[in-house]
Design a protein around this ligand. Structure first.
Ligand code: ATP
Ligand code: MG
Length: 783
């Protein structure tokens, strides 16, 4: 029934072969994009199982995204007839969730603990700040939640944070109050999943020894993006007998902003006494021109470990470059080009449209939508984050765990039930002073509001009773009716869409149960691992009992509802109904990591956008942006398109952009410009713009015209950055270095208007980008 080990190894090049068949020792694969790192990792798992060196339960593999984990499981089951469901393959968060589901009791969590996604977390933080009567201006909720996540990622509980000023003191108090609140409500945020698991492993010796004995092999993909806590976490699971294989590419480290440490690679090498560092230098993914572009670009970074990549594929198609007048025409061009590829036989799912920021997807989405072309968006506002879906999930979570205050507050008066702000304040005060959940505190509120609260609790109770024993689908249907959500949206103006999404939720649940077999990640340890004779045998009882409490009637370890709610919090929430459809793939560059497509469009290659304005001003930031660009380029197999636009609607305003500096870092020989490379003053475009400007239909009429700019005929092409702006006898041009008496030296990114109206956006090193009125700012041109 099984494939001979030899055929698993067929086709590997010598270095890959070596890596796959390494002896039982720690090793590091350090290699560039598309060189087969992930393939080696997957093949090694298959080889270990195949040759009987390891049982499925003894392997842990960590990947970065759910999509990558899924892909690994698919590849593995294609290679081997193993039951991959019992295997510990997943993201850090997915594996932590699995661990904590199994050990909830020793971890100090309720069995039905729920996971807060980032928006839930933010609202929880807001509630804490409000409860402490603090000023949201001084303690900006977003920054507070970054502070908390940052502390957790450093492995620090409130007591461990060094306090050096009053502000930190208060932040730590908020952190503490937030923790208490989460604990009371039985919820954990993403960072908590990691930290809780880490601490439990650190402090519970029998448990740690169990897992360290269990995992003979730990394999980590995308190692360059692990943060400190993740690295410490890995060390906890890797016992003295464990062979750890770390796989990474320093040039693809793109999460430094979230605390990822490339330094982990060096630490790993030292701490694990790595004897084998394997380099893979042949790229199997991309054609020559694409690879040239990637190599050239990344060559501009200074801090690199240094790697080579070559291909034996021919040069292939040139990298095509397109300049558009607006983001709208950029989107039109993309969709026409994509359609063309599709007509030539390329599957739509093999075409990816990448962007630096989520906000860019809307225009592209609406172009695709209007043209009736199927597409699929990853990331962004995830399906499970849409307001109506979150409302529905909140009801479901309350059915599962009525102490979940976040969910309680979200729907207690939605749809309206005559529960006003004052009533809720009383309720929250009562809960706070008694240290209980909102649910438990309704008795403390009197009057009509109090009565309505009691009625709400009864509604949830009755939903729980009515849905007992029903299928997941039926549970959701009952909830949608009894909660009044469907009726509410029926009366709403734009309710039809929302009802559709609620129906989609039912589909998602259905797909979750049937396709996935529920709870791939969510289910606790498979029962057979705990059976006598299994790996858990011989463990101290406290551990072996791993707190599994199967349902008395069904024997289920976890209800489908609980599993589904976990899935909703952890998964990307892709529209399940569309999962099988051949659709164009839209995603940010970050979420494209590790993936590959026949054709890739990198859009919005403009200064300020890519490289992003927040990063472009500091060398570290710029190098990270460049690595991001390197990741983007190396996703493409056959076709690569680079595109930029002169104007773009962002944050409700038309902004004028110049093309990304990355174009100057690409080899001209690999590129093909689809639009004439108009440069400088006097191009046809610039003249048109000037004319439009003089007619008074230039910039001013465009700014703020914004609400529906895409239905009107193409606006006059504004192109202010092309022509020099003359002020005080100086001719300013975009790209020029200038000096400001207060901000120092900077580079002009954008110029707008003329005469006394002339403005420039200038990027100053330490001070960042600023808009300046040229007649006032007294800039001098730096020669
Ligand atoms: P990234 O850094 O982008 O994650 P990677 O190093 O993980 O890339 P893979 O995704 O494993 O690279 O491989 C890239 C592509 O090359 C895949 O399609 C893979 O199947 C193919 N490939 C890898 N090795 C070989 C080989 N020896 N023969 C044929 N194809 C290969
Ligand atoms: Mg990979």
């Amino acid at each position: 029934s099984s494939v001979p080990a030899g055929s698993l190894l067929r086709g590997l090049n010598p270095e890959q072969y070596e890596a796959v068949t390494l002896p039982h020792v720690p090793a590091l694969i350090l290699a560039g994009a598309g060189s087969g790192k992930t393939r080696v990792l997957t093949t090694r798992i298959a080889w270990l199982l195949q040759t009987g060196q390891m049982s499925p339960g003894g392997v842990m593999a960590v990947t970065f995204t759910n999509k990558a984990a899924k892909e690994m499981l698919t590849r593995l089951s294609a290679m081997l007839p193993v039951n991959v469901r019992g295997m510990w393959i997943g993201t850090f968060h997915g594996l932590c969730n699995r661990f904590l589901r199994a050990h909830w009791k020793v971890a100090g969590l309720p069995q039905a603990f729920q996971i807060l996604d980032s928006s839930d977390q933010l609202s929880a933080v807001k509630r804490v700040i409000k409860g402490m009567n603090l000023d949201e201006e001084r303690f900006v909720p977003k920054q507070v939640s970054w502070f908390i996540a940052g502390a957790k990622e450093d492995g620090k509980r409130p007591g461990d944070v060094a306090i050096h000023d009053g502000q930190t003191q208060k932040l730590v108090e908020i952190y503490q109050a937030y923790e208490d609140q989460c604990q009371r409500e039985g919820v954990v945020d993403f960072a908590e999943l990691m930290l809780r698991t880490y601490e439990l492993m650190r402090d519970n010796a029998p448990l740690r020894e169990h897992y360290q004995r269990r995992f003979g092999h730990i394999l980590v993909d995308e190692f360059q993006d692990t943060n400190r806590l993740q690295y410490a976490w890995l060390k906890m699971f890797a016992g003295p007998q464990c062979s750890v294989l770390a796989v990474g590419d320093d040039d693809q480290s793109i999460y430094a902003f979230r605390g990822a440490q490339v330094g982990n690679m060096a630490d790993f090498e030292r701490e694990f006494r790595v004897q084998h560092i394997i380099k893979l230098e042949r790229n199997y993914r991309s054609c020559g021109n694409i690879l040239d572009a990637a190599n050239h670009l990344i060559g501009h970074n200074s801090r690199r470990l240094g790697k080579n990549l070559r291909t034996e594929a021919g040069p292939g198609e040139p990298v095509r470059v397109q300049e558009s007048a607006s983001d709208y025409s950029e989107a039109q061009w993309i969709l026409e080009e994509a359609q063309q590829l599709h007509r030539q036989g390329m599957a739509r799912r093999e075409i990816a449209i990448l962007y630096r920021s989520n906000a860019q997807s809307r225009v592209i989405e609406s172009a695709l939508f209007n043209a009736g072309i199927p597409y699929r968006v990853y990331g962004g506002l995830r399906f499970f984050e849409r307001a109506e879906v979150k409302h529905a999930l909140a009801y479901l979570r309350l059915i599962e765990n009525c102490n979940d205050d976040t969910s309680y507050l979200r729907v207690v008066n939605f749809p309206t039930r005559g529960i006003g702000a004052r009533t809720l304040e009383q309720l929250q005060d009562a809960a706070r002073s008694s240290g209980r959940s909102l649910w438990q505190s309704v008795g403390a509120v009197g009057g009509k509001g109090g009565g309505n609260l009691v009625a709400f609790n009864q509604l949830i109770d009755s939903m729980r009773n009515e849905t007992r024993g029903l299928t997941l689908r039926e549970i959701i249907e009952v909830m949608l009716q009894r909660s009044g959500l469907v009726d509410f949206y029926r009366t709403e103006k734009e309710g039809a869409d929302r009802i559709e999404n609620l129906e989609e939720l039912v589909n998602a649940a259905e797909a979750f149960v049937t396709q996935e077999g529920f709870g791939k990640d969510a289910v606790a340890l498979p029962v057979d691992e705990l059976a006598p004779g299994s790996m858990a045998e011989g463990l101290p009882r406290a551990v072996a009992a791993v707190d599994l409490k199967p349902d008395a009637e069904t024997g289920e370890i976890m209800s489908p509802l609980a599993a589904f709610l976990t899935h909703a919090a952890l998964e990307a929430g892709d529209n399940q109904a569309q999962a099988g459809q051949d659709a164009i793939q839209l995603m940010t560059v970050h979420s494209a990591k590790g993936l590959e497509f026949d054709a890739v469009f990198i859009t919005g290659l403009e200064e300020g956008l890519f490289p992003h304005e927040n990063s472009a001003n500091e060398p570290d930031g710029l190098e990270e942006e460049r690595r991001l660009m390197y990741v983007a380029i190396t996703r493409a197999r056959q076709r690569l398109y680079l595109s930029f636009s002169q104007t773009r609607m962002l944050h409700g305003q038309t902004r004028y952009h110049i093309k990304s500096r990355f174009f100057d870092e690409l080899p001209e020989t690999a590129l093909k410009w689809l639009t004439p490379r108009t440069q400088g003053f006097g191009s046809g475009f610039a003249r048109d713009y000037q004319a439009a400007w003089q007619r008074g239909s230039g910039l001013q009429s465009m700014v703020g015209a914004g609400q529906q700019p895409y239905r009107t005929p193409a606006p006059p092409p504004p192109m202010p950055t092309r022509s020099p702006t003359e002020v005080g006898g100086q001719r300013f041009k975009a790209g020029m270095s200038v000096f400001h008496t207060k901000f120092g030296e900077g580079v002009i990114v954008t110029l707008e208007g003329s005469g006394t109206e002339a403005r420039a956006q200038v990027n100053f090193g330490r001070h960042g980008p600023k808009w300046l009125a040229l007649s006032v700012a007294k800039l001098t041109i730096v020669e």
